[in-house]
Design a binder for this molecule. Structure first.
Ligand SMILES: Cc1cc2nc3c(=O)[nH]c(=O)nc-3n(C[C@H](O)[C@H](O)[C@H](O)COP(=O)(O)O)c2cc1C
Length: 486
């Protein structure tokens, strides 16, 4: 890897002399893209086949593996490393985990906060974000874990708020089945109030640490929350002081109408797979709708960054990148796709003959990532698609919305999406690790920087500063009329 990073430096220097107009005026407030590394604390990337890639590291359960990725992302000035999470291995297909274990389909899933802590120790500026469920954790516990890492890293942390996806998670976490969709979101709203409430209970400046006078902190600046609501009770006082960025950045990826309303109320970064490039070509973006949700919730839409999932497969030239992609495509198996569809939609596709149309009742019983179902119905043109249609139009085992090319081709596509306001930035998925991230940093980042589309360096110390998000005042999250924290 040392070689790859020095090659990156050389590439940067080579490009340094040829900066174009967009970049010449360093003071111009030019809109620049947010770039996020999409990570998994598991045995593969989002692609189950990635562990079989000839250039994948095989020690994905080691500290060194995650620290190498952290160093690559920071060398490439990524705003953050962002971990997804799931509280179960994929076992909805055939109601059995054997296939997931045998083929390595996301069967190892470690705690992302622990992994982020390892990454924090070898980085200075990289943002560190993880997914945390509002359905299966207690708000106090989650608030404390994220606040701890945020405080210890000087304010570099983000929390991706999810309501979780399937019954496997429910069964692991003491429930019989996954909660109904909208109820999960009602619960999630109150969860947010408890978490953000606790995060506000230590005022800035509460810590004194005066050895001579024997005063550690100011009791007038630390209060109890005393929350009693429909779903949660939590008294406080909270046990972690406020971090330099106030509190962790809130990320959200709900795709349903209810999910988008939730994002409008809470999200500072929206993580979305859509629009795909095909959707953009048809004129759809969804960008304005997401911003409208924030405005309707009484928030400033400019304080919400919409970041789109994308999978760049890049190399020095387009033809080399195409060769890479051909290899990646060959690695995936049908069982990878069947298993991920079943776990994502909380539906056992193994219970039906592959070509038999699913009944309307079966389609309606699906939960979790409903947009995949809707996408398959639309793309197949069938009201009742079969499992094979799901494999054709909703395959989660293949690179999502891949952009295959050399530096120019990949940068062109990202620039078009960004400048055309399909999004404010990108969540970069990896086809194999660490190669995918290293390729992006080596080939694409310098080209984006040369075009002035991506920052040359971190502008601040905290994640909020680097993302251009305001430091939240205590109580700023409360709906109008806002009340200052007592
Ligand atoms: C791009 C994307 C990434 C997601 N990542 C996760 C994840 O890591 N863990 C999880 O439990 N749910 C994840 N979800 C699920 C959602 O956050 C949400 O809880 C679920 O999709 C149900 O809400 P919805 O119907 O509004 O989409 C993800 C959803 C999307 C669209």
């Amino acid at each position: 890897m040392i070689l790859r990073l020095s090659a990156l430096k050389a590439a940067r220097n080579a490009w340094g002399g040829k900066q174009d107009k967009r970049q010449q005026n360093e003071d111009s407030p030019m809109r620049q893209m947010t770039i996020i590394g999409f990570m998994q604390a598991q045995n593969c990337t989002t692609l189950p086949s990635s562990w079989r890639h000839p250039q994948s590291r095989t020690d994905s359960m080691s500290v060194g593996y995650y620290q190498e990725i952290a160093r690559i992302l920071e060398a490439g000035k990524f705003h953050m490393a962002f971990f997804d999470d799931r509280l179960a291995m994929p076992d909805r297909y055939g109601n059995d985990h054997a296939h997931a274990v045998e083929y390595g389909i996301r069967c190892v899933k470690m705690d992302p906060i622990v992994v982020l802590t390892a990454m924090a120790t070898v980085t200075e500026n990289l943002g560190l974000a993880a997914t945390g469920s509002t359905t299966y954790f207690e708000p106090f516990d989650l608030a404390r874990r994220f606040a701890t890492l945020d405080l210890m890293t000087g304010g570099r942390v983000g929390w991706n708020v999810v309501t979780s996806v399937n019954d496997g998670e429910a069964l692991n976490m003491g429930k019989d089945e996954h909660l109904a969709h909208d109820l999960r979101y009602d619960r999630a709203d109150e969860f947010m109030e408890v978490v953000l409430g606790h995060w506000d209970t230590w005022e800035d400046g509460a810590l004194i640490v005066d050895k001579a006078r024997g005063h550690f902190a100011d009791p007038a600046k630390v209060r109890r929350l005393d929350h009693q609501g429909r779903f949660f009770r939590s008294r406080g006082p909270f046990t972690v002081p406020r971090s330099p960025q106030g509190h962790p950045v809130i990320i959200q990826a709900g795709a349903s109408g209810r999910g988008q309303r939730f994002a409008g109320r809470w999200a500072e970064v929206i993580f979305t797979p859509f629009p795909t490039r095909a959707m953009v070509r048809e004129g759809y973006t969804g960008y304005d709708a997401a911003r409208r949700e924030a405005a309707q919730a009484g928030r400033d839409p400019d304080q919400v960054l919409i970041c789109k999932l994308t999978t760049p497969v890049c190399a020095a030239t387009k033809s080399e990148a195409e060769d890479k992609m051909a290899l990646i495509q060959k690695l995936s198996l049908e069982i990878d796709a069947l298993s991920l569809l079943a776990e994502g939609l909380n539906f056992d596709f193994g219970a039906k003959p592959i070509d038999e149309p699913l009944t309307t009742a079966e389609l309606q019983s699906m939960q979790g990532m409903i947009p995949i179902r809707d996408m398959v119905v639309k793309a197949s043109g069938k009201a009742n698609p079969s499992t094979r249609d799901f494999l054709t139009y909703g395959d989660r085992s293949k690179p999502f919305d891949a952009i295959v090319g050399g530096p120019k081709e990949v940068a062109d596509e990202l620039e078009e999406l960004f400048v055309g306001r399909a999004c404010d930035g990108f969540v970069i998925a990896a086809t194999h690790v660490p190669g995918s991230y290293a390729d992006f940093v080596e080939y694409v980042v310098p080209e984006l920087q040369r075009r002035g589309l991506f920052h040359q360096d971190y502008s601040g110390k905290t994640l909020r500063e680097n993302l251009g998000l305001q430091r939240p005042a205590a109580g700023a999250w409360k709906p109008e009329p806002r009340v200052a924290a007592e």
